[in-house]
Design a protein around this ligand. Structure first.
Ligand SMILES: [Zn+2]
Length: 222
């Protein structure tokens, strides 16, 4: 997305349905393998990645690093993939945020972790949200609306009432990023809906639980 493409030598991608992540990494982005990824659990734990080999199966929903040539990845199929960079400190993050992670505050946690680990100022961060289930299709139960509004009482505008409520996760996450200090001008969001665009994207909900995964990928070229 433009807000990240403008930063050199940053590389990023949101993969589409059927894409081979290793191919995207090496051919489209010119980055070395392996990808650093987590066992995602819809929580708010942030894991810091250094130059040393990264353990398999580590739990968490956000990765941060400032090491060049280390690709961070999170996997999604309706949840929101969020990629962040701070050009000033060369710090980056990849965040997985479904409704549970949003309510748990995973995006705010990642932004604060970038500050704590690398001294990154949220005011200089650039943040891109990729394709995810949109407010058109993300029908939820009242308990999800309650949980969202308990975590952010100002998020009423992210709930669309109808026969059943629908939630706009990306606008809820934009609120969370702004509350953590990222300016409006540093935030960009795709409006592609995974459930509407079955031709392009994977959707857990549309596939009734059977879906491939797409990746959000980010790294500094070394
Ligand atoms: Zn939709």
């Amino acid at each position: 997305m433009p807000i990240l493409s403008a930063v050199e030598p940053l590389r990023h991608a949101f993969t589409l349905r059927g894409a081979d992540p290793a191919r995207v990494l090496t051919q489209a982005l010119g980055l070395p393998a392996p990808i650093r990824s987590l066992r995602q659990v819809h929580g708010a734990r942030v894991q810091r990645v250094g130059p040393e080999p990264f353990p398999e199966g580590l739990e968490g929903d956000a990765l941060i690093t400032n090491v060049a040539g280390v690709p961070l990845a999170i996997a999604v199929a309706d949840c929101v993939p969020v990629l962040i960079c701070d050009p000033a400190t060369r710090a980056i993050a990849a965040v997985h945020a479904g409704w549970r992670g949003t309510v748990a505050g995973v995006l705010g946690a990642a932004i604060r972790a970038l500050h704590a680990a690398y001294g990154s100022d949220p005011a200089g961060m650039r943040l891109a949200m990729g394709p995810a289930i949109g407010p058109c299709c993300f029908e939820v139960g009242d308990e999800v609306v309650d949980a969202l509004l308990r975590s952010d009482t100002g998020a009423t505008g992210c709930v669309r009432d109808g026969d059943r409520p629908h939630i706009d996760l990306r606008s809820a996450l934009a609120r969370q990023a702004r509350a953590a200090g990222v300016p409006e001008t540093g935030i960009e969001a795709s409006d592609l809906c995974t459930a509407c665009r079955g031709d392009l994207l994977e959707s857990y909900r549309r596939g009734r639980g059977r879906a491939g995964r797409m990746l959000g990928l980010i790294a500094w070229r070394s």
